[in-house]
Design a protein. Sequence first.
Length: 140
Amino acid sequence: MKNVIYLLTILFAVALMSTSCEKDDPIPNTLETQFPDWVNLSWESTDGEGDDITPPVYPRLFITINGNEVAITEERDAVYAYHATYTNMTIVGNVVTFDTPTDVNDIPFVTGTFDNDGIWIDIITKGISGEEYNYILKIN
């Protein structure tokens, strides 16, 4: 009888081990997955002025996240543009900070306050150029 109980215990253990659950691979925790609304923001207006100004006198801000890199481009016109790439982004309340530039010549950080209504991100920031503007960016 002891041998039968022992054999049944071993069979039960083997059956449990062969039918164990497999875990799915975890989704990588990248900036892209942490901040999906910020992945591809396109400029709509600056300080209430949009595309109807010719020549453009207000800078345009574009933010793109790819994996763990945030690319920020601030265009003044067809000739002047500032570009920087960062590997860290944090949001605390309504304050966003981009820091840890990939190029030592880039500005160490860009920060601003923002509102996100799910369609637009309204961000007040000095951007890369160092002048403060109110940018309206469309969530794409």
